[in-house]
Design a binder for this molecule. Structure first.
Ligand SMILES: CCCCCC/C=C/CC(=O)SCCNC(=O)CCNC(=O)[C@H](O)C(C)(C)COP(=O)(O)OP(=O)(O)OC[C@H]1O[C@@H](n2cnc3c(N)ncnc32)[C@H](O)[C@@H]1OP(=O)(O)O
Length: 719
């Protein structure tokens, strides 16, 4: 709702009241409409100030209302009425003015912002455009180039930047509402014609067509199939080329298309999923709201390879004191140089001082004796990690949390090496660790809620989206990757090329197809794991047995490439060829095509035509099926955890919501039916066998994703 009061005799003060972010719900909109009518009808009132309670102007339209039946006064006429008012209306912006909140402020005649406020039009991140006149008013106020930047990226700007753009009229360090009230008194009675943004001409640079063309090309390149960024450019173009009323009509049409596209539903789900993963729970019943973290002041990183360096940078940049340890002096010095460079470049980008003095380097593990938390980031080798954990347990002060940056090894085995296994958790970072947003916090059977809560909080403090997951081979992300990679290899055996499979996956929206991604990560990584698992049979080139391992279908293609020294980008050859080792430009490789032909001939495999649908269904549905198994096993508490991991860690297209949400858009019954079909065709591939939870969900009428947890609970209680 909104509260109306009269202040300083002649100013009507409208305070938006809808905690926690004063979203513009139906009740708030009704409150604004009623309050405006009152302010305009009271003769003593000469001007109006709109503000939000608790130091927050508004977080925009109430996202929870989307998708339901809209009630209450619509936003657009409400904002038009404010702009058309005969008395000056001043927006007093504290905290945030986002989306519809900023559009409301743009309908006001003046905007005063606190210096710490942030404003923006993030609608694009929800699959929308600023559809309450924002796409038409903003370019008229701050010009086409700046408006295109803000609207297509959805980025928030500081009050200082907003002032520079001319988006706000004044900023203050004092009480914003008091300053706005005084301002409103001063401008009372002044003519308002020049303050109504909708009447402004849209000033365009001379080369505006070129500008729109360039922006459209960039947006199409980076959108990966998302349609909202494109609609945003089209809406701003309408502002630049059409009179205001026609521009508004175009904005409405584009908004209607977006609303019915399905992408906005996926992105709204994703918005709430990001917040849901913070409310973690463990099968033991431990939860985020009953488990208090312990403060961490000083941390240590053991092993300063690529991952250790990134983790050290992330910690130092967030203000933690870090002890960085490497065994050999030479490697330590190399790491120090690299870390300093990363910190300096990062600081330059953000316009701050580099946090070089936050790090103490050393070769002696004793130097971690007094830290609160250690992150081990040595090679992915269980024997080595066990040794490090034994040492850490002996050296560290009582109560130190011991965390392993492993991408899939058994946390429990590491915990068993220590005196206090309850203080051990996994912290699975993604490379580059100072850039990638995702962190899997892995709890073993002995990990305490305190350790999980502390790791989750540390993740948040260093800017990560942290997801708590259970302990199993590959955790959530890499466990689901396995069937996906496996299907891609089988498709090559059956007649596809790496280029075709990658093209289909990239058209779906992945930043990189599975083969380009493997070339980037290094083919030798998986090879070593398969060798350790006893799956690799060296030089096994012929015979049906080479395509069956441990009773199931196996493709040795990746192993054969590694035997040729083709490790991907780093060796200049992998599934593709590269101009030189380290180059990132992948080119189809005729050698690889002949190699595949020879391989098929040797194994009497007849290449067949494989279409887009089969690539997508086999790669994605097998991965989704594994996601259902993960839910069934209680490794992830809910589908949101899986979806967040896949979008932030594995470049799953955000506008498709994540693999589990995507399954709902395909239809769970269709996913089940196609898995059954493929499993019948490939009975020696267990990952294609539909899992029980998927069957149960379909049997219970495919409930919406928000209701899955109830079904999961029932399935798990029957186990
Ligand atoms: C046909 C014409 C129709 C016209 C339609 C006009 C359309 C207008 C478009 C919009 O305005 S879309 C909304 C634009 N706004 C946003 O995208 C803002 C999203 N929110 C945020 O970025 C952040 O939440 C925040 C506001 C910066 C606050 O961040 P903070 O880290 O402090 O807290 P959170 O944990 O993120 O949020 C707290 C709590 O509030 C819920 N919430 C936040 N924003 C909204 C919102 N706009 N609507 C509903 N609920 C919102 C959030 O979900 C959290 O609650 P939860 O219970 O923990 O999930």
């Amino acid at each position: 709702m909104a509260q109306y009061t009269r202040v300083s005799g002649s100013v009507g003060l409208i305070t938006l009241q809808s905690p926690p972010v004063n979203a513009l719900s139906a009740a708030v909109r009704q409150g604004i409409v009623d309050s405006m009518q009152r302010a305009l009808s009271e003769p003593e009132v000469k001007s109006v100030v709109i503000c939000g309670q608790n130091g927050i102007f508004s977080g925009g339209a109430d996202i929870k209302e989307f998708g339901g039946q809209m009630s209450g006064p619509p936003l657009i006429p409400m904002i038009h009425a404010i702009e058309a008012a005969s008395k000056p209306v001043v927006a007093a912006i504290e905290g945030i003015a986002l989306g519809g909140g900023l559009e409301l402020a743009l309908g006001c005649h003046y905007r005063i912002a606190h210096s710490k406020a942030r404003v923006g039009l993030p609608e694009v991140t929800l699959g929308l455009l600023p559809g309450a006149g924002g796409s038409q008013r903003l370019p008229r106020l701050i010009g086409v180039p700046a408006a295109l930047d803000l609207i297509t990226t959805g980025r928030y700007v500081t009050a200082a930047e907003a002032l520079k753009f001319g988006l706000v009229d004044q900023i203050t360090d004092h009480n914003t509402v008091n300053v706005a009230v005084k301002f409103a008194q001063r401008v009372a009675g002044q003519p308002l014609d020049a303050r109504r943004i909708s009447t402004y001409p849209c000033l365009c640079p001379p080369d505006v067509d070129v500008l729109f063309e360039e922006v459209m090309q960039r947006v199409r390149r980076t959108a990966r199939g998302a349609i909202a960024p494109i609609a945003c450019v089209q809406a701003v173009r309408a502002a630049a080329t059409l009179p205001y009323n026609q521009g508004m009509e175009r904005e409405r049409e584009l908004m209607a298309t977006l609303f019915t596209s399905g992408q906005t539903r996926a992105l709204q789900y994703f918005f709430f999923a990001q917040r849901a993963v913070g409310r973690w729970s463990m099968p033991s019943g431990a939860r985020w709201d009953t488990s208090k973290p312990r403060p961490v002041h000083k941390a240590a990183v053991i092993g300063l390879g690529t991952m250790g360096r990134g983790i050290t940078v992330a910690l130092a940049q967030a203000g933690f004191s870090v002890v960085a340890v490497e065994t050999q002096e030479k490697q330590l010095m190399e790491a120090k140089q690299a870390i300093s460079g990363m910190l300096e470049r990062g600081a330059k980008r953000r316009g701050v001082a580099p946090a070089l003095d936050k790090i103490n380097y050393g070769c002696n593990i004793q130097s971690v004796a007094d830290v609160d938390l250690v992150i081990e980031a040595v090679f992915e080798d269980m024997a080595l990690k066990k040794k490090v954990f034994q040492q850490l347990s002996a050296v560290c002060k009582a109560g130190t949390f011991l965390c392993s940056n492993t991408s899939g090894l058994d946390i429990d085995q590491l915990a068993c090496q220590t005196r206090n296994p309850e203080l051990v958790v996994g912290m699975h970072f993604f490379a580059p660790a100072h850039v990638m947003k995702l962190l899997e916090v892995v709890y073993g059977p002995k990990s305490s809620p305190l350790a999980v809560a502390t790791a989750m909080q540390l993740g948040k403090k260093i800017g990560k989206v942290s997801v708590a997951v259970g302990n199993c081979r590959g955790f959530v992300g890499n466990r689901m990757l396995k069937p996906y990679l496996e299907q891609a290899l089988f498709l090559l055996e059956e007649g596809a090329t790496p280029e075709f499979v990658d093209q289909v996956l990239e058209e779906f929206g992945f930043a990189m197809g599975v083969f380009r991604m493997s070339d980037l990560s290094g083919l030798d990584v998986g090879w070593k794991v398969r060798m350790a698992d006893g799956l690799v049979v060296p030089n096994s080139t012929t015979g049906q047995a080479t395509r069956l391992r441990q009773g199931r279908r196996y493709s040795p293609l990746g192993d054969l490439l590694c035997e040729q020294g083709r490790f991907g980008q780093k060796t200049g050859r992998g599934w593709y060829q590269y101009n030189k080792p380290g180059s990132q430009v992948a080119k189809p490789d005729p050698w690889l095509h002949s190699f595949l032909d020879e391989y098929r001939a040797r194994h009497t495999l007849v290449a067949r035509r494989i279409d887009h649908q089969e690539v997508l269904e086999r790669c994605l549905y097998s991965m989704i099926n594994e996601g259902f198994r993960i839910l069934e096993d209680g490794i992830a508490a809910g589908p949101e955890d899986i979806d967040i991991i896949y979008v932030f860690g594995y470049s799953w297209p955000r506008h498709r919501g994540g693999p589990m949400f995507y399954a709902t858009t395909v239809g769970l019954n269709k996913v089940l039916e196609r898995l059954e079909h493929y499993h019948q065709a490939h009975p020696d591939v267990p990952s294609l066998q539909p899992c029980d939870l998927l069957r149960k969900l379909v049997a219970s009428g495919s409930p919406p994703i928000q209701k899955w947890r109830e079904v999961i609970k029932k399935v798990r209680s029957q186990l």
